[in-house]
Design a protein around this ligand. Sequence first.
Ligand code: IMP
Ligand code: MG
Length: 174
Amino acid sequence: MNNDVKVLFSEMEIEKIVSDLASEISRDYKGKKLLLVGILKGASVFMSDLMRKIDLDLEIDFMDVSSYGASTESSGVVRILKDLDSDVQNKEILIIEDIIDTGLTLSYLTKMLLSRKPKSVKICTLLNKPARRKIDINVDYVGKNIEDLFVVGYGIDFAEKYRNLPFIGVYEKE
Ligand code: IMP
Ligand code: MG
């Protein structure tokens, strides 16, 4: 299944990255009403590992979004396929994302969530591609910065495949 995927981060490396993020988050949100908002489907694996390592009372919720248009490039206008179940007033929202590329999706989402008057909206991403950014967004927690590579595994897909790989790899298109 994964002959065309070269390991970039092994299971052990991912576990260390996620543990370090969880320690930082546990320290920063001590005593606060934390709501983790996972972005489906890519962040589901990361979110489930991360939340079990955060040593705080917290709530979780998910959103599913899609970019308008057929292109694989983000357009910046986001369609909400599944909205939050929770009322976010007075909560500290931490968006959990698999990977930030152009930044357009999260820029839109952050503004939308801020309009619902939470206490704060911050962003935690497992992977970040700073070289690809089209809009300036403040990313509060970054697992790893990577080059402009197309990655799969640990929740991240190519055409819905490879999400179940336990590691993160670079997908090499023929
Ligand atoms: P953007 O930051 O608005 O451009 O969109 C980020 C989204 O694009 C991520 O949540 C992924 O769904 C997708 N994406 C970006 N880079 C990759 C990649 O290397 N592999 C798979 N999906 C990616
Ligand atoms: Mg995504």
